[in-house]
Each structure stands twice: as structure tokens, then as C-alpha cells.
Design a protein around this ligand. Structure first.
Ligand code: ZN
Length: 408
């Protein structure tokens, strides 16, 4: 088999394209392939598909293709131009690459696979492409995937905020809790950040939303109330966020009590900070005895912790009536505990209780997409490499968007 025929086969070139010449550039560790076409071939206008004769050629261009063994493969060709009555003089489409890409389709597919498996720096080394080329491939892939995405009803949404890379800039993430995919990424955590997502939905999609899990965060609440029909019964405040409030209150009680004890020379609470932050079952084995002893002492933080732990039962009820009954008892206990931080936290919970207990109708939490969270965490940990928020967004869609990223 001749080298030209071999490469014609390897590149998958179809009529009218053939391989004219193949050169092995040993010094440059590169195989160079020139593609050409016969005279008189007809080409279609990329805009209207009208068949037209050759007008002229654009400058020779080069595409990176899959390596030939350890050698990089470069494909060279001059792209024909046609003169269309309607669209003027335009370049035709070549079958091996997307317009303006410097890679062949097959190389781009490989790059997408590699970029999906390792971080960007790693991928640039494996693929021997530059940092900007890697991001270019990811951006194009995301654009392609989002363009192809078929609109559908997302029944259970999770709205979450993520601190973006450095500084205190936030991103708002809208997730499909059933599919475990990120549907929308917006900057900031304002009402507009979330409204931008709802605005892109059809009436049918909006009406199809059954539940929205979120933090007790006013801008998200407002956006949802403004856009989602009957939103009042669909918002479910994330239980872990609610418990986070109580956890903070316990910590405040501990701090205050520790300070008071230390003033009297009592070191009882020294080094106990993390013990009180654990849930009952998460206290490490080696510290269980120590914690049991502390809990049996008459400490304010001990009471605060018990009140917090008991609230977790709220999410175990099946019947709303029993849940509400429990809530009333708990609220009385918390507000009569003479522990100011606990009382305050209980008030915050009370103000939001209607949409905390919507959990009985819609048992959703933002932790449902655990896999998604850990993926985003990983993306964030490579955030030192992000030059801007735009890249962070691209990476989230690329890895978590559930998109069809490949060029066709
Ligand atoms: Zn045309």
C-alpha cells in the first residue's frame, strides 16, 4: 500500500478529497499529509447547500490529527471557495474538521475524552496542545452540547451557590436533582442569577417544576416566587442548610461558655470545639468516651447540642401532622432553653418552617446529587489554573452538564 493510500484510509478522506503527498519530518517528529481534490469538482455553499463550481482557494491551512505512532500528524489543505449568488464568496465545509478549528474531528474527540478524564494541565501534556487550545476545545464542546440540548421538563431542581475560585465571587448553580446534571451556571447569587435560568424555560417547563431545593436565601426565594407557578408549595429549604444554622448556634454557645469558664480558671471545654460540631454518629471512635463525659456534665453547650441533634427528627416523619406536632414541641423547647443563640436560630427556622416542611411532599435536598458536588469540588480544586470565572463555568458544563460534547 502506498503511503498516500494509507493516509487516505487513516484519515477517512472521502471523495472528492484524496491524499496527494505524505512526508515524514523526522526532525520535527511529525508526519505531514497534504489533501487535494480533482479539478471540476462541485462544492456546496455552506449556507444554502447550493452546488457550485470552484471559485478559488483560501490560503493553505493545517489541522492537527491523531498521532501516527509517536509522530504528530499534520494535515494540510487549501479550502475551496465558491461564489454563491446569495451568500457571496465563501469557504466550503471540509469533512474532517469543524469551521475554524485547528484540529480534525477525530483529534477533537480524543481531546474531549482526555480532558474529561484528567485536569487541563495533564491533558495538555498528554495531547501536546497548549493551554489555550485545550480551553478552546472545551468551550467549543460546551457550546455544541448546549446548542444540541433538547429542552425538557426538569421536575426536581436544586439551586446552590458556590464560591468561585478566589475572592468572594459566587456562582449560582441550578441542578437537575434526578439526573445529577448542572443545567445552568450564572454569576453572583442574586435574584437575576436564578431568574436568568427560569427566563430560558417555556411555560410548560416552568409549570412542570415540582420542587426546588435551596438555601434560605431571599434572592433565590424571590426569583422562584416570581417565575415558577405555585412556587410557594414547591420551594423546599435544604435540610442540611437548616441544620447548618443550628450547628453555628451550638458553636456560639460553646464559645461563650468556654470564655466564661476560662475566666474562672476552668478548662473543661478546652479543645472540644470539633466534638460539638459532629452529629451523634460521626463523633470519632477515639473521642467517644471523652465526649460522653462532657455531655454528662451540666453544660450549656451540652443542652444546645442535644436540642440541635433532636431537630434532625423533623425530617424523619412521614405524616405531615406528626411532623408539625414534633416541630411545635421542639420550637417550645428551643425558645425556652435560655440559650440565646439557639433561640435565635429557632426563630430563623420558624420564619421558614412552611417551606422546610414542604419536604414531606417533596423529599429533596441539595445533597441528593452527591456525585455532582464532589465533581464540582474537584473542578474547584484545579481552580488555581483558572484565569477567569468564564473558564470555571466552562469546566462545570463540560464535566457536569450531561452534554453531548463530541463534534459530529
Ligand atoms: Zn449560498
Amino acid at each position: 500500500m502506498q503511503d498516500t493510500a494509507l493516509y487516505q484510509y487513516l484519515l477517512g478522506l472521502k471523495s472528492p478529497w484524496t491524499v496527494r503527498r505524505v512526508e515524514l519530518n523526522v526532525k520535527g517528529q511529525c508526519v505531514e499529509v497534504w489533501a487535494e481534490h480533482p479539478e471540476g469538482a462541485l462544492w456546496s455553499c455552506p449556507n444554502c447547500a447550493q452546488e457550485l463550481p470552484l471559485y478559488d482557494h483560501a490560503e493553505e491551512r493545517t489541522w492537527r490529527h491523531l498521532d501516527s505512532c509517536q509522530y504528530e500528524t499534520q494535515l494540510h489543505a487549501r479550502i475551496p471557495r465558491v461564489e454563491c449568488g446569495e451568500h457571496g464568496v465563501v469557504q466550503v465545509k471540509v469533512p474532517w474538521a469543524e469551521a475554524r478549528s485547528r484540529f480534525t474531528l477525530l483529534f477533537e474527540r480524543l481531546a474531549i475524552d482526555v480532558l474529561g478524564q484528567c485536569d487541563v494541565t495533564g491533558a495538555t501534556k498528554i495531547l501536546r496542545i497548549s493551554w489555550d487550545e485545550a480551553w478552546g476545545i472545551m468551550e467549543r464542546a460546551v457550546k455544541r452540547g448546549r446548542r444540541r440540548k433538547v429542552p425538557k421538563v426538569v421536575r426536581r431542581l436544586g439551586v446552590d451557590e458556590k464560591a468561585a475560585a478566589k475572592g468572594h465571587r459566587y456562582l449560582t448553580l441550578v441542578c437537575d436533582l434526578e439526573e445529577g446534571t448542572v443545567e445552568h451556571v450564572a454569576e453572583e447569587r442574586k435574584q437575576e442569577s436564578l431568574e436568568g435560568y427560569y427566563q430560558g424555560l417555556s411555560e410548560e417547563q416552568l409549570a412542570g417544576i415540582e420542587a426546588v431545593a435551596m438555601d434560605m436565601w431571599a434572592p433565590y426565594i424571590q426569583a422562584t416566587l416570581a417565575r415558577v407557578p405555585e412556587a410557594a408549595g414547591k420551594i423546599v429549604f435544604d435540610r442540611f442548610h437548616v441544620m447548618g444554622y443550628l450547628g453555628k448556634a451550638v458553636d456560639t454557645v460553646r464559645k461563650q461558655e468556654h470564655r466564661a469558664l476560662m475566666a474562672a480558671g476552668d478548662e473543661t471545654l478546652k479543645g472540644s470545639k470539633y466534638l460539638w460540631l459532629y452529629s451523634r454518629e460521626n463523633v470519632p471512635e477515639r473521642r467517644r468516651d471523652e465526649f460522653d463525659v462532657l455531655r454528662r456534665k451540666e453544660l450549656k453547650v451540652g443542652r444546645a447540642w442535644a436540642i440541635k441533634e433532636s431537630l434532625r427528627r423533623l425530617w424523619h416523619y412521614v405524616y405531615p401532622a406528626s411532623g408539625w406536632k414534633f416541630w411545635k414541641r421542639w420550637y417550645f423547647w428551643a425558645t425556652h432553653s435560655r440559650l440565646e443563640p439557639i433561640r435565635k436560630a429557632a426563630e430563623t427556622v420558624r420564619r421558614h418552617i412552611d417551606n422546610i416542611l414542604t419536604y414531606y411532599q417533596h423529599p429533596v435536598t441539595n445533597a441528593m446529587s452527591e456525585g455532582l458536588n464532589s465533581k464540582i469540588q474537584k473542578i474547584k480544586s484545579m481552580a488555581c489554573g483558572f484565569r477567569n470565572v468564564e473558564n470555571f463555568k466552562t469546566a462545570i458544563y463540560f464535566r457536569c452538564g450531561g452534554l453531548d460534547l463530541y463534534p459530529c
